[in-house]
Design a protein around this ligand. Structure first.
Ligand SMILES: C[S@@+](CC[C@H](N)C(=O)[O-])C[C@H]1O[C@@H](n2cnc3c(N)ncnc32)[C@H](O)[C@@H]1O
Length: 363
């Protein structure tokens, strides 16, 4: 396949400028220069004139990006889709693009917002005849691959009249479809917030690291814990949790015997002994939350942390740079071998979720 110098990036709708700015800055750090176009809700086209996309994606891995959930190598301009033969148009365009490798699967993506109501349904139905035609032409493997391990042909469908073609590179793209782990709301969890911590643990750690870093016998503090969705996640993994919040905790969760509820101010309360984990879901000024987290890390009151930061409406990327610097200073002062990462999760709205943890085992 000829490298086109285009990266298609997926992000939360409304955060296209933040994702684009992040790509421009991070690519520049790696010596690559590009510009971005927000093409649709949650889609950013990052152009690297005269450069190749894949080396840039390798230099600034997805797991180090905050606003970009998933990304693909793009090829070519938008393909016009005539009503009478959209499949044929895609087939011809794929052949013309000169790609060689057969793909393990084909996926059709539609923007998450702002499309005609019928488009998502059309995309779901269209995938099957499209896959059949691609298989017939030898572009798709005979045996469809349901895993994320083989290259995927990604069709980005902004409306009924055109499509962009892209390639999913297994080792560079997300292991989750469109970068979002599919999670079910657990029946006994006290709040939907529980999914945010669960998503964070999937996003930041491999399954093996999750088992190693969160296990029976460990201790945690949950600041701003009520009613207990985050505490519930930790208790499920056998951790003993001190839940700090003036609000009431879920009764069934308290009955687990693993939760100690302290009705105190989370900004001034400190544990008598260091704990393994600090988690914090308090909605407050981000600079204030960062300072609190930095104090815990610097003082080695916790070994690892996951917390939310509500970012301002503007200049979110710049703000995050300042917060990241402060957190890195606190890690350096602690002398611990830790790294800081952050991501805007599917379950985040205006906020991002940050993680301070050992670098080994992190995704
Ligand atoms: C978004 S809710 C937390 C939801 C929780 N993570 C869950 O999964 O159920 C934020 C919580 O922070 C608590 N909170 C806000 N400021 C606080 C403070 N200074 N000290 C303790 N708790 C605080 C609120 O009472 C509220 O329960």
């Amino acid at each position: 396949m000829s490298d086109s110098g285009v990266i298609w990036a997926l992000c939360r709708p409304g955060f296209e400028a933040d994702a684009g700015q992040e790509l421009v800055s991070r690519a520049a750090e790696a010596g690559a220069y590009g510009f971005f176009v927000p093409e649709a809700a949650g889609w950013v086209r990052f152009e690297l004139p005269g450069q190749s996309a894949e080396p840039v994606m390798r230099a600034i891995p997805l797991t180090g990006l905050v606003f970009v959930r998933d990304w693909y190598v793009g090829f070519g301009e938008a393909v016009p889709l005539p009503k009478e033969d959209r499949v044929g148009a895609v087939l011809e365009a794929v052949k013309d693009s000169g790609i060689s490798a057969p793909y393990g699967r084909v996926d059709v993506h539609v923007p998450q917002e702002g499309t005609e109501d019928a488009l998502p349904r059309f995309a779901r139905k269209w995938t099957s005849p499209l896959a059949k035609a691609l298989r017939g032409a030898g572009i798709l493997d005979e045996e469809p691959d349901s895993t994320a391990a083989t290259p995927g042909l990604e069709i980005l469908l902004p409306d009924f009249s055109r499509a962009w073609l892209a390639q999913r590179v297994p080792e560079l793209s997300s292991v989750f479809p469109e970068g979002v782990p599919r999670l079910r709301m657990p029946g006994t969890a006290p709040s939907r917030s529980t999914l945010k911590l669960e998503e964070a643990l999937h996003r930041f750690f491999t399954p093996q690291a999750r088992d190693r870093l969160l296990r029976h016998g460990m201790t945690a503090v949950d600041l701003g814990a009520a009613p207990g969705g985050w505490t519930w996640q930790l208790v499920q993994r056998g951790l003993a949790v001190t839940a700090v919040d003036n609000g009431p905790m879920d009764e069934a969760l308290m009955a687990s015997g693993l939760v100690n509820h302290r009705t105190e101010d989370a900004f001034s309360w400190r544990p008598a002994r260091p704990v393994d984990w600090l988690v914090c879901d308090i909605v407050d000024r981000p600079a204030r939350v960062v300072e609190l987290m930095a104090e815990w890390i610097e003082g080695r009151l916790c070994r690892m942390a996951v917390f939310n930061l509500k970012l301002p409406m503007k200049q979110r990327w710049d703000c995050w740079q300042a917060y990241r610097t402060r957190l890195e200073e606190s890690i350096a002062a602690s002398g611990a071998d830790l790294g800081v990462t952050a991501a805007q999760l599917y379950h985040d709205r205006e906020e991002i979720t940050c993680c301070v943890a050992p670098l080994t085992g992190s995704r």
